[in-house]
Design a protein around this ligand. Sequence first.
Ligand SMILES: *Cc1c(COP(=O)(O)O)cnc(C)c1O
Length: 429
Amino acid sequence: MLARPPAFLYKKNDLCCERVPLRKLAEKFGTPLYVYSATTIRERYETLDKAFRAVPHTLCYSVKANANLSILRLLARLGAGFDIVSGGELERVRVARKSALKKIVFSGVGKTAVEMEQALRAGILVFNLESEGELEVLARCAAKLRKTANVAFRVNPDVPAETHPYISTGLREHKFGVPISAARELYRRASTHKYLHVAGVSLHIGSQITDVAPFRLAIERAVELIEQLNEDGHTIKFLDAGGGLGISYQSANPMDFADYAQRYAEAITGPFKKLGKSAPHLLLEPGRSIVGPAGALVTRVLYQKQNGNKNFTIVDAAMNDLIRPSLYGAKHEIVPIRLSNPTPPVVRADIAGPICETGDFLARDLDLPASAPGDYLCVLDAGAYGMSLASNYNTRMRAAEVLVEGTRVRLVRRRETLRDLLQTETACL
Ligand SMILES: *Cc1c(COP(=O)(O)O)cnc(C)c1O
């Protein structure tokens, strides 16, 4: 049914986003270009939401996966809350939809006093604290503003999850959260502060996790903690199960998202039911699973070259546009945006960008029908952690972003200009 979201499919010989050929978008807006399907974002949000229908819950979309204001507004309209990790992300939510501020959960290991005050004034839902130090700073900020803060501790359940080491977060030796064994004492301390209100337990075990078993294990541990905290006299209103649900980056190995979301929901709500009447409101922080497959990066072939026995297709998108292949060894599927007939012979090549780093590639040893300068390629499943990690390395302007809905196209971020880029600097001396 939702095997591969219908976001990027060939119609005749043209790869389209919904009903718009990518070639048209590339010609109109230039490349590199991020293209998102609004319908896919909406469908994936709704599928996930529906999977949890048996329990009271709120999906707090993780802003860092893709922070475009139009995407935030689209999700806010569907009823989403937001998981933020900085004061900057807080302001994005405010611009996207002011009424969503009260559905914000604030995560991150290094919230500053300034950011905490900003969030207190905005009236967010809950602070997910990650250390005793943060507890003390928040207590001071809240007392100063005379505003009560709902607090949860992000506990580290010490469960291994099979993913890239850089995005695994739930092990004892990671910088995230507080050890679950230390949690009761921290909650006791939190409850002694007049302007702090103990409200929840939170966790997030990592990202791109495709096996649901670690989620179940983590929730089982959180549920044990909630029972203890209830015994200690706290009222735990929220259990925040974090994000981390992975996606398939290979269309040869598709996943039915509705079925997968259902299994994920069962893994989380199963252990949770044990709490019976005292079961808290469930919060989830999905990022990638909502926007990942809804986006693609369109790039133009600049050159074909051969060094020794190796072929290189040099394209105009680089690691500053999409760093996942370089940073995590991620393997994105890359396809031509136009199929020619007859199909040209398949050539094995590295798809690399113009940046002066050997680590600058979008794919290695990829088999693709031969392409020529001027052809366009499309990097699939680039909607999450693509644009949000883009940089200006090599003084490259960041890409434009368009949001497609049916036949409608909206430019939701114009291409950066050199002027945008240089205006914060001075040439002195
Ligand atoms: C990054 C992050 C998320 C989102 O993770 P996904 O893998 O994109 O679902 C959720 N919660 C926290 C605390 C995060 O750091």
